[in-house]
Write a protein that binds this ligand. Sequence first.
Ligand SMILES: Nc1ncnc2c1ncn2[C@@H]1O[C@H](COP(=O)(O)OP(=O)(O)O)[C@@H](O)[C@H]1O
Ligand SMILES: [Mg+2]
Length: 390
Amino acid sequence: MFLKKLKLNDFRNYINFEQTFDHLKTIIIGQNAQGKSNILEAINVLATSQSERAEKDSELVFWDKDYALIFSDIQTKNSELKIALQINSTGRRKLKINDVPKKAPQADLLGNFFAVMFSCDDLYLVKGSPSARRRWLDSVLFQLDTRYHRSIQDYQKSTTQKNALLKKAQETRMPRKELNEQLGIWNEQVISLGTEIIFTRLRFIKEIAPVANEFLNNISKNTEDFGLIYKSSICEDEHNYVHLHEMDKTKIKELFHKSITESFDEELARGQSVIGPHRDDLIFLINKKEAKSFASQGQQRSIVLAVKLAELKLFEKEKDEIPVLLLDDVFAELDENRQDFLLHNLPENIQTFLTTTHISDIQKEFLNGAQVLEVKNGEIIENIGLGCKI
Ligand SMILES: Nc1ncnc2c1ncn2[C@@H]1O[C@H](COP(=O)(O)OP(=O)(O)O)[C@@H](O)[C@H]1O
Ligand SMILES: [Mg+2]
């Protein structure tokens, strides 16, 4: 996969940005807060339909403007793609692929263009909040499995309705029988959609864990093992997390049902849904111990590096395409060994975009043959080709 051209209008701090890419590596250099990450963010939105940084679409639109535009020319293995995405500050979107307007701008965007984002924020994946880990899971699964996005959207709608009912029941002291009847309808949807989501996540973990383990073994010269467990709110006790990985959909559904029934009083008291994939988390293991509590900073970096490389491998296997790699400000955080490991384990011919404030943070070998763009205040001020073109 190769991004040949990117054009941005009123996206973040870019009023007018247009750039062609014809090198395998593009280095975006600039001082802080100039717009380096914004370029990678735009590319990532094309792949995942979401931004890892923005809560709402309006944040992506230049202050006080009505909409942002992202245009791209992409070369895939077998075809050329032109994706044009309009993001309105109201939250509505419009999408054209090869000049054909699409009815479902969110869902129709996914599955066309693939990217793996590795930003300095990912270095907190192990120790950060559960929501950051869920966001990561979703950003990968949105691309790998387009049905997953639909399940997440429908699941969110059902939980919103369920929460509204629980709030109403609390405020109006709704009789139990009436509440039970109405809640049953929403719970049925929550359980059915939530089971699909949990099952897809479990399958993904089963695929990525052994690949990440191999990378971690290699980085650590066989001194560290990797593990990944899905920590679900549908399991009442932690000993069951591991068993979830062996369950089929029917068993998961049964467990979900049992758990949601038992949590009736808690959900009513809190006025919100407390059981389901929106509350779930991941546990990273290093040498069979919880990495959150036991991994050193260096080990956390190795884990994230192994996970990102495994992500790339999974795209190659499942989509038969090499995704574009977005490295946002990670070099200052990776020592020479880990930079070396990354460099030597990337798929051949992978298109990479990387940002940095200091070019000296990046190993010379990485810079070979790269296109260098310098950004200042939402504009490219220099466009220096360092080496040979591809
Ligand atoms: N919606 C927006 N409209 C205009 N400018 C924005 C918007 N969102 C962020 N910015 C600006 O973008 C800059 C940050 O860009 P970013 O790409 O994160 O910087 P960095 O170069 O440090 O990676 C800041 O100057 C910020 O004010
Ligand atoms: Mg940045």
